[in-house]
Design a protein. Structure first.
Length: 174
């Protein structure tokens, strides 16, 4: 039995016009990052493959849902995870390090008010369907869906969630 939240996420996957097997949909990870505020700060992931060479995932963000700011640091002699986000559906507001200070009046996204002090990356990249952007390793970033939500394909070097570093000190990823 799925919750209303899970049903919305699964519907977003279906609305993307991609095909998913039942066992894939049953394996969706609904990440609330330990913040107990999943509809505002959360991420929904379907992992196709994650091995020692590469990783491929589909991500769903519901309308205005935000993935908290984090980075993928060097681990065990690797430079950290490099990832490319390709917007499949909706609009994605992606923020990476590089601009001087985050001024919420100058960006399109609406910061999660309860935890806005943990969002600092300010260089804005807006992704529409068919557009993509590569985030370099060890770069703080966060992202938010627009009003219609978003479906994002992620292609990356291996993913090691346990090594991710979040700005918010109480985030629990694994």
């Amino acid at each position: 039995m799925f919750t209303n939240y899970q049903e919305k996420v699964i519907q977003a996957f279906f609305d993307s016009q991609m095909t998913f097997r039942e066992e894939e949909l049953a394996a969706i990870e609904y990440a609330d990052f330990g913040l107990n505020n999943i509809e505002e700060e959360g991420l929904n992931l379907l992992v196709y493959v994650n091995n020692e060479r590469y990783c491929a995932k589909e991500l769903v963000l519901l309308p205005y849902q935000t993935c908290p700011e984090h980075k993928h640091p060097p681990v065990n002699g690797t430079p950290g995870k490099r990832e490319t986000f390709r917007c499949r559906q909706g609009k994605v507001y992606l923020y990476v390090e590089g601009a001087n200070g985050l001024d919420e009046t100058l960006i399109h996204a609406a910061l999660p008010q309860k935890n806005k002090q943990y969002y600092t990356a300010a260089k804005e990249i807006v992704l529409l369907p068919g557009e993509q952007f590569t985030i370099e390793p060890d770069t703080y970033h966060w992202f938010q869906a627009g009003e219609a939500g978003a479906v994002i394909s992620e292609f990356s070097s291996p993913s090691d969630d346990a090594s991710d570093v979040f700005q918010h000190p109480y985030v629990k990823r694994v």
